[in-house]
Design a protein around this ligand. Structure first.
Ligand SMILES: O=P(O)(O)OC[C@H]1O[C@H](O[C@H]2O[C@H](CO)[C@@H](O)[C@H](O)[C@H]2O)[C@H](O)[C@@H](O)[C@@H]1O
Length: 366
């Protein structure tokens, strides 16, 4: 499959930090953080000014590609079916490969990392109604008894906690920029010595509040647009915006972001993600949690990360680079990914987690 046939566009295509030359003095970097080079900032001035091919149409094309709908993307020809088959060969079902995966773990400590939306809960139109089923909750609860388990999400911790409601988990909210250890029975894992709290973008809190306020105001004329404040980042949803209005929404988002040169924009499933331009992502959060659990330099750990979105790729890549464990992409469609295996949807994720629990319960106690 060629890059142009991939369902997802590359994140860099859509990444923008949108500096405004006139306002740059009023938007200083938060103290202590030097997130980007001058070269990167200049490149992004070019992007917002419409250079480097970043025209409105390119944004809209990318929005179209960001989350295929079932009907539009189901393979309708033999060649796309062949593409799907070849993708599955490269990223086999984690359920079908279960025994082989367990063999590969070779007695190492399994650590579980789970994305939330599209992984533990199905994708729905209203982000406030993305509930996980009680069966899924019970399964994750059992999983956390067997292995250290973390939720890694773009949402802020409070919102995701309201859905998950399990105090025994680690949480990395706001794309990993807000990390907390388990509140219940802490420390659950002997290796963690002190209570865990890490917020590498705390200096950005007022800026995120302000960009959220401006985005809310600016996009209110676009029916269906939805803005969320995730404490250290913000989201602008276009899932419920008529496609004819997408270019209008792009203009609105760009007009706000040009006043915030130290924020970057990436794209998830029918959502723009606005984040501090710091070297931190879900991959870094995964690494931080492994270190906090005492596995920083250990070769006795087998991390498994399950996620469905572009932002999860940072974590998949981190695992590939570390040569430890593997990633599982939740998708029914071929996507360009650093994950090794695939699962089709949250129900398959639940089945995989259930089998992990069963497997663990059958292991002799050490
Ligand atoms: O990292 P995640 O846990 O996957 O969070 C990423 C975004 O998830 C939510 O949006 C997505 O799910 C919504 C509910 O199903 C759906 O309506 C939306 O289209 C998806 O993009 C969340 O609302 C966003 O703020 C997160 O950034």
């Amino acid at each position: 499959m060629s890059a142009s046939q991939n369902v997802l566009v590359s994140e860099t295509t859509m990444s923008s930090i949108i500096p405004n030359n006139n306002n740059s003095s009023s938007q200083k970097l938060p103290p202590g953080l030097i997130p980007v080079s001058k070269k990167q900032l200049l490149k992004n001035i070019d992007i917002i000014n419409g250079g480097a091919g970043q025209r409105i149409n390119a944004w809209v094309d990318s929005m179209r590609a960001s989350s295929p709908t079932h009907l539009r993307s189901l393979p309708s020809s033999i060649s796309s079916q062949q593409q799907l088959n070849s993708w599955i060969m490269q990223h086999p079902s984690a359920l079908e490969m279960f025994e082989r995966i367990m063999e590969a773990s070779g007695g190492k400590q399994i650590v579980m990392f789970l994305d939330y939306d599209g992984t533990l809960s199905p994708i729905v139109d209203d982000p406030d109604k993305a509930y996980m089923s009680s069966k899924m909750r019970t399964t994750v609860k059992k999983l956390a008894k067997c292995f250290p388990t973390a939720i890694v999400t773009g949402r802020c911790i409070d919102k995701v906690y309201n859905f998950v409601k399990l105090a025994e988990l680690y949480y990395a909210g706001s794309h990993g920029m807000d990390i907390k250890g388990p509140a219940k029975g802490f420390p659950r894992h002997k290796r963690v010595k002190q209570s865990l709290l890490y917020q590498p973008a705390s200096d950005y809190l007022p800026m995120i509040d302000e960009v959220y306020r401006q985005l809310l105001e600016k996009t209110k004329s676009t029916p269906g647009a939805r803005v969320e404040n995730h404490k250290f980042c913000a989201s602008v949803h276009f899932r419920c915006v008529d496609e004819k209005k997408w270019s209008e929404l792009v203009l609105q988002v760009r007009s706000v972001l040009k006043n915030f040169p130290t924020l970057k924009l990436t794209q998830g499933r029918k959502v723009f993600e606005i984040r501090p331009m710091i070297e931190w992502d879900k991959g870094k959060a995964l690494e931080f949690l492994l270190e906090s659990l005492g596995f920083g330099n250990s070769n006795n750990v087998f991390p498994v990360y399950i996620g469905d979105d572009r932002t999860d790729e940072d974590a998949f890549k981190m695992l590939r680079d570390r040569g430890e464990g593997f990633g599982i992409l939740v998708s029914k469609f071929p996507k360009d990914t650093n994950a090794s295996y695939s699962l089709q949807d949250p129900s398959e994720v639940m089945e995989f987690l259930r089998r992990l629990v069963e497997w663990k319960q059958m292991q002799p106690r050490m």
